[in-house]
Design a protein around this ligand. Structure first.
Ligand code: COA
Length: 159
């Protein structure tokens, strides 16, 4: 995995690789943003299995997280979240753009799945150059019991 060669900051927040002690705060934010957000132990497992995970933090707290699974020659964006107070300020766009440059060199393309109703995320991914390549009908469970479709998006590393 690529390391951060030099300090990188986005919107005054430091970008750094996620470490085990971050997992409790990341889980808290993830569960706040998503009903199906992972627990701390799921984040700890993820970090062990998929070490391509980063956070944006100040010296008090974590404001954003991003996590990829990589399998030669591709990466899958598994999780991305920005704290509500930081949303709508270009943080996710800057974060994903920065991380694309830090993925292992063998990664040629990135895939992701997003709920059909997640308009902010779909807008973000399309702005980043992702194109819709498929759908999974009724893939996500919802609290109302109605299943929701997943849209599958793909982007080549070099556009
Ligand atoms: C999706 C999410 C990560 C976007 O983060 P963000 O930092 O607010 O996004 P940005 O400010 O970088 O926005 C980039 C683009 O995304 C789109 N976008 C962001 N928020 C939007 C909204 N509320 N409505 C419509 N489009 C939106 C726009 O295209 C925007 O570009 P623009 O500002 O030029 O219009 C954030 O809303 C979030 O954490 N949501 C909850 C978790 C989640 O859904 N994660 C994705 C799972 S697939």
């Amino acid at each position: 995995m690529s390391n951060l060669a030099s300090p990188h900051s986005i919107d005054g927040l430091q970008l750094r690789q996620m470490c085990p002690k971050d997992c409790s705060q990341v889980a808290e934010l993830h569960q706040y943003l998503d009903d199906a957000g992972w627990s701390e132990s799921q984040w700890l497992d993820s970090l062990e299995n998929y070490p391509c995970s980063w956070v944006l933090a100040d010296n008090k707290k974590i404001h954003s997280y991003i996590c990829f699974q990589t399998t030669v020659p591709q990466a899958e964006l598994l999780n991305l979240g920005v704290a509500p107070a930081r949303q709508g300020q270009g943080v996710a766009f800057e974060l994903v753009s920065a991380i694309i440059k830090l993925l292992p060199e063998y990664v040629e393309s990135i895939f992701l799945e997003v709920r059909r109703s997640n308009i902010p995320a779909i807008g973000l991914y399309e702005k980043l150059g992702f194109k819709k390549v498929g759908e999974r009908r009724g893939y996500y469970a919802t609290s109302s019991g109605i299943k929701e479709d997943a849209l599958i998006y793909k982007r080549a590393i070099s556009l």
